[in-house]
Design a protein around this ligand. Structure first.
Ligand code: NAD
Length: 300
């Protein structure tokens, strides 16, 4: 049987590279002028293999751009106090403009207390309530990495958002919730689904753009979307064989959608690129002084 393959594959790697390369001139000019490179502190607690991969990818991307990374690896049994002490030191360290705390943290750690201890200026993941509040009000802030990456990937593929119906499956504070706000400010009508949503397919079937960010392997199937929909797969799930699987059934959807992101190689690389953008924005603000805090926006 002939399979329809007219769908556009929204590949993240080339777009992420484009975004990263746009930062190079600012970094080089900044180093030439001040003698200081942007600095990103990366805190990894424990030995979760997936987290180790994410951290490595982020550090590699930073190194390629001339961003200095400060690696802090802590044992899984680190105390809350020790972690908060480290965050305090990083907040005070002038060589560091961005502080990244890789999630998840071990269960005995109060995650929110640690994340919210990062000074908002250095909060390149955009988890701090001050930054999230600014995002919610659209009054100028850094953009959270994964949601920012989703929007950038769509925009740079000329996918229209203004006036569209967007359904997001998954309402986490890291992905679905901030993404819903960002789509709203792009002029979309947004529906945010979560575990208590009674009929997800009834909603996704009406959407122009469906974002799957729920953490359930191959959840979204062709019968849940309308012909020609755009599908963004944020999911990163590891099968028992170690293979990475998204939240969308790519093979099932490909014949019905107009565009779809692959996993891996879709949203993942965009997340890393957006972290670089936020680090450079923080560097401009804290070191170069050419970005006042009220203008802490990206890619404008
Ligand atoms: P989470 O577990 O914090 O939140 C999941 C959300 O999905 C919740 O709101 C929950 O209510 C909802 N949900 C779960 N099952 C559902 C169902 N059957 N129907 C409707 N809603 C349901 O997850 P998260 O941290 O937001 O991550 C989601 C996925 O995205 C995971 O696979 C994660 O690995 C991936 N992720 C990818 C990136 C990236 O860079 N690509 C970044 C962050 C997270």
């Amino acid at each position: 049987m002939e399979q329809k393959t007219s769908a556009k594959i929204l590949k993240g790697r080339p777009v992420a590279k484009e975004v990263r390369e746009e930062l190079r001139a600012t970094i080089e000019r900044g180093i030439a002028r001040t003698g200081r490179a942007p600095g990103l502190a990366v805190v990894l607690v424990g030995d979760n293999p997936a987290s180790q991969v994410y951290v490595r990818n982020k550090e590699r991307a930073a190194a390629k751009l001339g961003i200095r990374t400060f690696d802090h690896r802590l044992p899984a049994d680190v105390t809350q106090e020790a972690l908060l002490d480290l965050v305090d030191r990083l907040n005070e360290d002038p060589a560091v403009q961005g502080v990244l705390i890789q999630l998840p943290l071990p269960p005995h750690i109060n995650e929110e207390q640690v994340l919210y201890a990062v000074t908002p200026e250095k909060d390149v993941d955009v988890f701090h309530p001050d930054n999230f509040g600014k995002l919610a009000l659209s009054v100028g802030t850094l953009r959270p990495c994964t949601p920012g990456g989703v929007l950038e990937l769509l925009k740079r593929n000329d996918i229209e958002i203004d006036g569209k119906n967007v359904v997001i499956i998954g309402a986490s504070k890291i992905v679905g919730l901030p993404l819903s706000l960002m789509f709203l400010y792009e002029g979309a009508t947004v529906t945010l689904c979560h575990i208590k949503t009674s009929d997800v397919p009834a909603l996704t079937q009406k959407a122009d753009i469906v974002v799957a960010a729920l953490g359930v392997p191959r959840f979204l199937k062709a019968d849940m979307v309308r012909e020609g929909a755009v599908v963004v797969d944020v999911g990163i799930n590891r099968g028992e064989d170690g293979q990475i699987v998204g939240d969308c059934d790519f093979d099932d959807l490909i014949g019905k959608v107009s565009a779809i992101t692959p996993v891996p190689g879709g949203v993942g690389p965009m997340t890393v690129a957006m972290l670089m953008v936020n680090t450079v924005q923080a560097y401009r603000h804290q070191v170069l002084g050419d970005l006042p805090s009220e203008e802490l926006r990206m890619l404008e």
